[in-house]
Design a protein around this ligand. Structure first.
Ligand code: KG4
Length: 339
């Protein structure tokens, strides 16, 4: 019998619960938090308070959407880290209480591993093709930019990562400099469609191996705008689309250059994309180009499974359940958990 697993995600500003039966998702409920919008970024204290309010209604809805009851749940999986400690504590405490009350196994999940394993979530009645091991996964979000070598479901190694800002952060911070609201990544993507990606050139970092750096780009973008605004106060308004298109091209080029190099060095052609920035149309196009130019088999999950969600926690919980990787009631959240 396939286990039915309840997944809980509360690492940042989305409270999410999902039910998975085997590898087939039955429900995935996400409650976002509007409270942060006016601050231009996530406020940790407000995030944990909102999780506290959201968690029970979100779990109730996930059970209802899946058509199951609490007594059908075989195990509960939760995000242990990385993330905001106060936020993680809400999901962890809920999961511990639920496991204790129902006398079922408790499974800790690494949020980054879950982003990668999101590729294995199947929808009812339609099996999609999943990556073959070993594969490379470019994991790009608001907090991470990594190239992960995935040898097996629970055997992963980071072979390249950012030494400072994440790619999503670069999008968001540059958007802020242009006066766009948070999170600016999706807005830059939208505006870029009307602009010329070769209108402006921004310097790319020189970082060894497969590592990334995005903090220099943010600074050079800021100085670039400041210099031009001195001569033309309306520079940003007059060139917004070209600025977005050129910035997006630079970020995508930086990401792809290292990924192509990693694929070449390892000889791997199974290439996957994960994390919130995978919604970016420029990056998606670059993956399609990789398929054409390098013979890659590419994998991009459904949008709902790329941003923070509990479906990916549930599928990771499933793989750990099969290996009986359970934890005890003494488990505590771990804000700086690594892959
Ligand atoms: O994985 P995610 O939902 O959560 C965090 O890690 O926080 O990623 C969110 C990030 C934000 O930085 C957001 O601006 C970026 O993903 N993002 C995008 C796009 N959609 C979301 N960046 C560029 N283009 C997009 N279409």
């Amino acid at each position: 019998m396939n286990p039915v697993i309840l997944g809980i995600e509360s690492s940042c500003d989305d409270t999410s619960a999902a039910i998975i039966k085997g590898d087939t998702i039955l429900s995935n409920v996400v409650a976002g938090q509007k409270v942060h919008e006016e601050y231009g970024g996530v406020v940790p204290e407000l995030a944990s308070r909102a999780h506290q309010q959201n968690i029970i209604p979100v779990v109730h809805k996930a059970l209802k959407d899946a058509g199951v009851t609490v007594s059908d749940i075989s195990a509960i999986a939760f995000t242990r880290g990385p993330g905001l400690l106060g936020s993680l504590m809400v999901g962890t405490s809920f999961a511990k209480g639920f496991a204790l009350a129902r006398n079922i196994p408790l499974i800790e999940v690494n949020h980054l591993q879950a982003h990668v394993l999101a590729h294995f979530i199947q929808e009812p009645g339609q099996q999609h093709k999943v990556p073959e091991f070993p594969f490379l996964c470019l994991l790009v979000s608001g907090g991470n930019s990594q190239i992960v070598l995935v040898r097996d479901y629970l055997d992963m190694e980071i072979i390249g990562q950012t030494i400072d800002d994440a790619a999503g952060e670069a999008f968001d911070k540059c958007a802020k400099v242009m006066g766009l609201p948070y999170p600016g990544g999706p807005l830059i993507d939208k505006l870029a469609k009307e602009g010329n990606p070769n209108a402006f050139e921004f310097a790319k970092p020189r970082i060894p191996d497969f590592d990334y750096s995005f903090s220099g780009l943010k600074t050079s973008f800021l100085y670039f705008l400041r210099d031009h605004i001195k001569e033309d106060p309306g520079f940003i308004d007059n060139h917004r689309a070209d600025l977005c298109a050129s910035l997006q091209k630079t970020i995508v080029d930086i990401l792809m250059e290292k990924l192509v190099a990693a694929a070449r060095k390892t000889g791997i052609k199974e290439i996957a994309l994960a994390g919130g920035v995978s919604a970016n149309s420029g990056l998606r196009q670059a993956f399609l180009d990789g398929q054409k130019n390098y013979g890659w088999n590419i994998y991009i999950p459904k949008f709902a499974y790329t941003t923070d969600n509990a479906a990916m926690i549930a599928i990771t919980g499933y793989f750990k359940y099969l290996r009986k990787q359970f934890v005890g009631q003494d488990v505590a959240p771990f804000a700086r958990m690594i892959l």
